[in-house]
Design a protein around this ligand. Structure first.
Ligand code: CA2
Length: 149
């Protein structure tokens, strides 16, 4: 039997460009820096993580489908797919795992097209507007949800 990862941390399109452009909105850290922060925090909580990024909606759906059997909780920054993807909402619903929705920026303080999220209805909670620190908050939140199950 394959050992489960505790937390899948999934990042959507363009987040591989973190730190390269728009640091005023998304901060100066690269996604690699964020992954290291996450690994440190998870280790402190004795949790394992699988940290992933994809620019492709179908690939994100496939990763979520696999998490159903391979993970105990999901943190997702769906990036632009937050505002468009019924497929990701369906996959998260099918996964039947606790989900934390995460954003670096506060989408509600930005353009109106960012105010709707297809992920929020299937998330246990949402963390947004705290930059990369949000990943730490999200790990603490999902760890609590996993432990309370
Ligand atoms: O604030 C967030 O984390 C977002 O999920 C980021 C998405 C945006 O579409 C959502 O509304 C909010 C955009 C990710 C783009 O990432 C970039 C990284 C570096 C430079 C430019 C964009």
């Amino acid at each position: 039997m394959v050992e489960k990862t505790d937390i899948l941390i999934l990042n959507g399109p363009n987040l591989n460009m973190l730190g390269v452009r728009e640091p005023d909105i998304y901060g100066h850290e690269s996604l690699n820096d964020v992954e290291h922060m996450c690994r440190d925090r998870a280790q402190l909580l004795k949790m394992s993580i699988d940290f992933r990024q994809s620019n492709f909606e179908g690939e994100l759906v496939t990763i979520i489908q696999k998490a159903r059997d391979n993970a105990r909780g999901i943190i997702i920054n769906p990036a632009a797919y937050t505002h468009t993807s019924v497929a990701i909402q369906d996959a998260l619903k099918l996964a039947e795992l606790p989900v934390v929705e995460l954003h670096l920026s506060n989408p509600h303080a930005r353009e109106p097209f960012r105010h709707n999220s297809y992920v929020s209805p299937v998330a246990a909670g949402i963390i947004c507007g705290f930059g990369s620190f949000g990943y730490i908050l999200a790990i603490d939140a999902i760890a609590r949800l996993i432990d309370s199950k």
